[in-house]
Design a protein around this ligand. Sequence first.
Ligand SMILES: *Cc1c(COP(=O)(O)O)cnc(C)c1O
Length: 402
Amino acid sequence: MSDLAAPRGEATISVPGPQYSRIEISRSALRRNLSLLRSLVGEGCRLSSVVKGNAYGHGISTVVPLAEEWGVRHFSVYQAQEAYEVRRASNAGSDVLVLGFQAPDELEWSVRHGVTFSVLDLAGLRAAMEAAGRVGRAAVVHLDLETGMNRTGLDGDDLESAIRHLRERPDLLQLDGVGTHFAGAESEGNHVRIQRQIERFRGGLDQLAAYGLRPRLRHTCGSAATFAYPESHENLVRVGIAQYGLWPSQETRMRHLIERGRERSNRDPLRRVMRWSTRIASVKEVGPAEFVGYGRSYLTTRPQKIACLPIGYGQGFPRSLGNLGFVLVRGMRAPVVGVVNMNLTTIDVTSIPDVAPGDEAVLIGKQGRKEITVGWFGDLSQMLNYEVLVRIPPDVPRHVVS
Ligand SMILES: *Cc1c(COP(=O)(O)O)cnc(C)c1O
């Protein structure tokens, strides 16, 4: 419930929060994924739990304390606002690293609150120094190295200039780490390009070391490279998608299974952390040869039972699933019929016995022996699994389950 100030000085009124759907976050699944990742990287390497995009839709405030229960003490985000949310949710005083571009007031906030951030280019380094000057405290930075992704990062003369600034102004800049990002470690097709990136990263470390700069943290790997390029784990890996129980690609998954001689096993070594469901709002009988919903996209072929779900594309259920997707009701698949509306979706429950308002409808996750995976949901809606997750609205209540 939220309180609103009522007009004309009346007592405050309360309004119920949105209840159209529910997300369950599995503590045991997250634990299992983190321990698998930890076993891959070994003792000398830490995990940074990547919680950008509202923890890939799982909820920063839910994931951070759970990850801390399993020993995570480092989180990566994209913006200062997210770093603030991590700080607020943290029970263990974990480190936070901001990976993205920041505006001057975000930089100032980060410096003032001792939030570590990546410097993505020379302009960013100058802006960080200015922010540090205004706040009167050194900015704690990671240098992003350009190693061949050709997106962000320092190399060549720019890296030399950055090194000069770091050496000359320890009052404004404190170097905590150095990182880079691979251009597609989830696909073997990029192998040569990534080998070249690994070499250039090492070259960058040597260049820093030549000036006596040996940053505490060195990191290159996201989830895919954590699986596929163990030689480049360095001493920190930034894991996002895998901790949530999803594979960066089918290729990464198959390769991991083959390496362990488990390619015939049906059991996925990662466990899905999220389950997203809603409840049927109403059910009605519709006669044969009737259109359902807007326009003429769905025509009944016989007397059918049509149920309404109180979610639509405004609540993160992709419009592209109209006449294409499924949800799970009473352990069976119910197809989406007609177009997905902003706040309402119609499904066909003709072949499912005894469906009634209030029945659970699973959008992502298991019900009985069936499962709708994020990957499958993404394939149908032409979205990457990452994209499906980040589009789930932040106001859906997250419930931690075992
Ligand atoms: C998002 C991101 C990650 C995490 O990637 P996953 O594939 O989800 O593990 C790591 N590093 C950077 C720089 C990122 O932006």
